[in-house]
Design a protein around this ligand. Sequence first.
Ligand SMILES: Nc1ncnc2c1ncn2[C@@H]1O[C@H](COP(=O)(O)OP(=O)(O)OP(=O)(O)O)[C@@H](O)[C@H]1O
Ligand SMILES: [Mg+2]
Length: 512
Amino acid sequence: MTDGPALLRATGISKSFPGVRALDDVHLDLRHGEVLALVGENGAGKSTLLKLLSGIHRPDAGTMELDGAPMSPAGPRQANELGISVIHQEFHLMPDLTVAQNIFIGREPRRAGLLIRDDELERRAGRLFERLGIPLDPRQPVAHLSVAGQQMVEIAKALSFDARVLIMDEPTAALTETEVATLFRIVRDFVSPRTGVIYVSHRMDEIKEISDRITVLRDGRYVDTLPTAGTATRDVIAAMVGRQLATGVRPEPAPGVADREVALAVRGLSTRALLKDVSFELYRGEILGLAGLMGAGRTEVARAIIGADRSSGAVEVNGKPVTVRSPADAVRHGIGYLSEDRKRYGLLLDQDVVRNVMLSSLPGMTRGGFVRDADGRRVAAEMVDRLSIRTPSVTQRAKNLSGGNQQKVVLAKWLVRDCDVLIVDEPTRGIDVGAKDEIYTLLTGLAAQGKSIVVISSELPEVLRLADRIVVMCEGRVTGTLANADATQHHIMELATRFGADRSLVTTGGDA
Ligand SMILES: Nc1ncnc2c1ncn2[C@@H]1O[C@H](COP(=O)(O)OP(=O)(O)OP(=O)(O)O)[C@@H](O)[C@H]1O
Ligand SMILES: [Mg+2]
């Protein structure tokens, strides 16, 4: 411990919710000029601790200090005024407002008592983006942004305050490597002897790269704080999960695909906004990876296949052409899509775990639109167990679960729903290292049963771990297809950066 007061210190913090002790006598101390990583499994209490530091919740017990002075922010605004700026795990953007309006919401600068005009807001936002090196258009409505784009807005917003403590709750969960590099540059620029950063992430490689020390929580309790340099990743993980984890091995590569049936064929898929003549085949029992940078069009391919966006081109299921006009149509043809944007498409926040897992699933288990209680509970409980979803009961509402556990619930929904073709978009986003392996096992198990799976992931190790073959995209086109045996991260990145023309794209569909 250094002499003098810490920049930010929390001592003896406890916080309970009905049925859950989220934090129990936890402490944390952030030094001046450091990046402190905060790690722990899904539901360990990380976000709760950050919400106490930022005035969203009040602790049941414990004290907090800023530069040695007691602090107890009564709300987020007061925390901001104290110099604490937070990028939350959940986005809080207004979809109908522009990027610039979102950044300055609630504190629009006034001139002579009058609200200043939008073009001035846009100029200010533009200057902020320029300073941060973020390729966003301030005039764009937030509704048109991809998840990564929304994340960039949150980041810019947090940095638009004159903050001393920057708190980031899984800021890179939605970002690809290029954007992560941008974020890390921003973080490094931000850190100075008068500031500090608390950084929550499940990505161990990032934590190694960006942090100075690592504080570990487990089951709502403080475990340890370790110096990043000189601590092996497996020891951090062991502290998180309370045991050593065997690191996953990739399953045997699939047998030759030549004699396999084609489960899904995509031919000449194009959209007005982005996709150009995208074609590929997915074999029965295969896991196909879709790799590419943000804006490459991976999610757009999925959305076009399931009829969420308009496109031209053809889709064939089991060798027969199908017309898919909507996601419901897609499910009727046996194609499921786990969206990367859980909040918008995946989860009913006010419904319980059972209802979410069973959502319009398993015909025969529903009667008059309602899941039969006993069956639904049994299936949900099974999923809670397999995916180690941390919840006091299956009747807990989704909104009360931690981010990673919400993610597991959405995944469980699709695992329970019996689709022949499953497209999973960022399936392990926000999921802790222990549960990731279980999800990989579940997905490879489904493939072994003859299901066909498309995995979209920004984490190349994940694609390499899961996929039999990898289709790489750049700017809406397929730039190459690799067999897993021939694929390396380097090779994929090379194909992913075969730009035809330079552009920065952060929109999903709409008018790019
Ligand atoms: N508003 C709430 N009501 C009830 N329970 C809650 C609430 N907020 C959090 N919890 C519970 O508190 C525990 C800690 O949740 P928290 O969100 O802090 O976890 P986390 O470490 O951030 O996990 P993740 O990695 O999944 O984001 C969880 O069991 C969660 O279900
Ligand atoms: Mg969290």
